[in-house]
Design a protein around this ligand. Structure first.
Ligand code: SF4
Length: 354
């Protein structure tokens, strides 16, 4: 197909597809799905070979959030049956992180529910990062703490965080439909603050919330404008007790096309299959590795993923390999850009893990 050839050529040149081309990927008939996967796979292999990066979530604080994000089981008034607890101690978080690293995880993602951290929370997370670093040499640490206030990104970077995650989730136009307590621009601002502090930005989306193809393309393009280093693609798990509990509208084929569209828009960026992988991709998960180069290992956030061992077997069976700590995830040109940003932000003093 001409469309796929064009998309591969553009991807290999790191060129943005047009909106119509991105929309056409989502509109591809299911009969042509394998052609789409093969095309996206060419772009994936150019920048990431057959490597799969494993990430491990440590939920530092769960539930009890005052915000009202409609997709979230931790939202204000959620009736979803999830664990609710306040801040894990640094030693507890380090022990959880160590189990992920032992399973092959290269990055530990420290997640806390809530609108955003207080300065005291940032101190707690700083202590947690040191505890994790003491026990797990070389591990990447990403913080995901919500909206940041002035100076907090710098403090997290100084504490040794490598990355900050804050997702845009959906298009600017649809944002008001899924949340009323903060807006799209608040999220963009936090991602920019993280980047300005020299943190590697991780920002992605949630598919399956009732959005249109145009919304999906809009959020993928908005992300491209911010130029994050990793883009997690979540597939909504409609939790009972949340406003989106009835939104079961993804098929495995649809989820694959969404991943492929994101890959074409972000050819040289870490595309991660995040929440909802097992529920929505189901038996197509190994095929999805031809498009995405990163997954979460085992359990994540408030739902259960497949056990870590099953993930490792799947990766090996599909002919991929787990990315080791000695390998840089991003292609050389992107990694060099990130180091340059950090050098500008930190003078010439770089932390040892930069
Ligand atoms: S701010 Fe975060 S934890 Fe709170 S409802 Fe929104 S997504 Fe959930």
């Amino acid at each position: 197909m001409d469309l796929l050839k064009t998309l591969v050529d553009k991807g290999l040149r790191r060129e943005l597809p047009s909106r119509d081309e991105a929309l056409a990927v989502l509109a591809t008939p299911d009969d042509d799905l394998l052609d789409v996967v093969a095309a996206a796979g060419k772009v994936r292999r150019k920048y990431f070979g057959r490597r799969v990066k494993l990430n491990y979530l440590v939920n530092l604080k769960s539930g009890l959030c005052p915000e009202d994000c409609g997709y979230c089981s931790q939202r204000l008034g959620s009736k979803a049956e999830i664990l609710k607890y306040t801040w894990l101690k640094p030693g507890e978080a380090a022990a959880a992180a160590a189990s992920g690293v032992a399973g092959g995880a290269k990055r530990v993602c420290l997640v806390a529910s809530g609108r955003g951290p207080t300065d005291r929370d940032v101190d707690r997370v700083a202590d947690t990062i040191s505890a994790i670093r003491d026990e797990n040499e070389g591990v990447e640490v990403c913080a995901c703490l919500g909206l940041l206030s002035d100076g907090q990104a710098d403090r997290l970077r100084a504490a040794g965080a490598d990355a900050y995650n804050h997702n845009l989730n959906t298009s600017e136009e649809m944002y008001g439909d899924i949340c009323s307590t903060h807006d799209f621009s608040d999220r963009v601002q936090t991602v920019k603050q993280a980047q300005a502090a020299g943190l590697s930005a991780c920002s992605g989306l949630i598919a399956g919330m009732g959005e249109s193809d145009a919304d999906l393309v809009d959020v993928a393009f908005a992300l491209r404008e911010m130029d994050p280093d990793s883009v997690p693609v979540n597939f909504l798990i409609p939790f009972e007790g949340t406003p989106l509990a009835k939104e079961w509208n993804l098929t495995p084929q649809r989820a694959m096309k969404i991943l492929a569209m994101v890959r074409f828009v972000h050819p040289d960026v870490e595309v991660r299959i995040a929440g909802g992988r097992e529920v929505h991709l189901r038996s197509l998960q190994p095929l999805a590795l031809h498009i995405a180069n990163s997954i979460f290992l085992g359990d994540y956030l408030t739902s259960e993923g497949q056990a870590g061992k099953a993930d490792l077997d799947m990766i090996a069976d599909a002919g991929f390999e787990v990315e080791g700590q000695e390998t840089t995830t991003l292609p050389e040109h992107r990694d060099a850009e990130l180091v340059a940003v950090r050098r500008r932000g930190a003078g010439t003093e770089l932390p040892p893990n930069a």
